[in-house]
Design a protein around this ligand. Structure first.
Ligand code: DOR
Length: 402
């Protein structure tokens, strides 16, 4: 596959990491609006993270997600990820075998790493018995402390507390060590630093059963965006395009990193160190985002802008198209140990130019630093039988029923 012709035909994408917020935070997203946004972005399968209220930590709740998820006509299929620990509190393991039997496709306490290494070891061992992968959010919370962005020259300039790259890398190293020790499958999600990529690369070369994913925003944006830059990693700075500094839409965890880190993520994709691209779609109601930078919630609404961000790097020659398509399809399926669902086909118009507006999103989460930005490349939604009006209406009905 080459980015030569205007249209790309591809199997539907699978997103290993999205926050669909239901139950508990339906003002930010619902299963219906999230599944709808997924399909709009090309993701015909979307894995829903369990940091809901209540957390998805019982078989009944796993089944409830399947029951509530919208039908195919309204969105991508939703696969629940169950929490590793009860209530995601990091104290006691959930019943992983029973959760898997109920249909949990993986386990994760995403948003909160499992700090206790002994508990994490047990999680890996039980998950192996359950035939599922543990998806870990690698972060040493003592080291990241109260950081709100990447620690480096930009955070120093802005006077914001930073999260050092080492806060991720020490966690990656610990997690890899435990995967090596237990022989259990470990998946590291939203890996964002050059050092983490190198650790995964070496672990894979040593035969450790580890996989990882990276996000479209970490592939395209740098920490300079927190200071107001709006240049993609492959672009030169355009003064006319600058945004304002301290814009909370750029606040995300892991934080946007340096250009060197971005290049290392692309290199990891190109050489097979990175297995999947996952959105970490993190929609938030404006009350949680339209506040001061240090008070704002972490997260970027990412399902509907993934394709143009990724195509930007492909156009710059940073990884081949076939590699990124694999990272959106067969790669994530392999991480979960499943076949890619058959029969989902997408057409991507690689030259379609569109402007990100609140109305252009099916997601209720309008929190993206790309708002107002013109992007190139989009999924042909007409081909999916998805219309903004029909879908939006159904989503609105789903919300009003609650
Ligand atoms: O930016 C983030 N938002 N990172 C996470 O780990 C959690 C997520 C969320 O749930 O909003």
């Amino acid at each position: 596959m080459k980015l030569e012709g205007r249209y790309i035909e591809t199997p539907g994408f699978m997103d290993l990491h999205a926050h669909l917020r239901e139950p508990g935070f339906e003002e930010s997203e619902t299963l219906a609006t999230g599944a709808h946004a997924a399909l709009h972005g090309g993701f015909t399968t979307v894995c829903a993270m369990p940091n809901t209220d209540p957390a998805i930590d019982t078989p009944a709740l796993v089944k409830e997600i399947y029951a509530r998820a919208p039908g195919w006509a309204e969105g991508g299929r939703v696969w629940p990820i169950a929490s590793i620990t009860r209530g995601r509190k990091g104290k006691e393991l959930a019943d992983l075998v029973e959760l898997a039997e109920a249909g949990a496709v993986a386990f994760s306490d995403d948003g909160s790493p499992v700090d206790d290494p002994r508990l994490f070891r047990s999680a890996l061992e039980y998950a192996r018995s359950a035939g599922r992968v543990v998806i870990e959010h690698p972060q040493d919370t003592a080291l990241s402390a109260k950081g709100v962005m990447h620690e480096g020259a930009v955070s120093a300039r802005l006077g914001l507390p930073g999260m050092p790259a080492a806060a991720e890398e020490t966690a990656v190293a610990r997690d890899i060590t435990l995967a090596r020790m237990t022989g259990a499958r470990l998946h590291l999600t939203h890996v964002s630093t050059a050092g983490s990529i190198e650790l995964v690369r070496r672990a894979k070369a040593d035969g450790v059963p580890v996989t990882c994913d990276i996000t479209p925003h970490h592939l395209a944006l740098t920490d300079e965006w927190v200071a107001g830059s709006r240049a993609f990693a492959w672009e030169v700075e355009d003064e006319g395009l600058r945004g304002v500094p301290y814009d909370s839409s750029t606040k995300v965890n892991p934080p946007l990193r340096t250009l060197g880190d971005v290049r290392a993520l692309w290199a990891g994709l190109a050489d097979g160190t990175v297995d999947a691209i996952a959105t970490d779609h993190a929609p938030h109601a404006s009350t949680r985002k339209d506040v001061e930078f240090d008070q704002a919630a972490f997260g970027i609404s990412g399902l509907e802008t993934a394709v143009p961000l990724i195509l930007g790097g492909v156009r710059a020659g940073w990884a081949p198209l076939t590699t990124v398509i694999a990272a959106l399809t067969t790669g994530p399926a392999r991480v979960l140990g499943v076949e890619l669902p058959e029969g989902d086909h997408l057409t991507i118009d690689t030259q379609a130019e569109w402007v990100v507006t609140p109305e252009s999103f099916f997601s209720l989460g309008k929190n993206t630093p790309l708002m107002g930005r013109s992007l190139i490349g989009r999924v042909d939604i007409a081909g999916l039988g998805l219309t903004k009006r029909g879908g939006g209406q159904r989503a609105a009905e789903a919300i009003s029923r609650r």
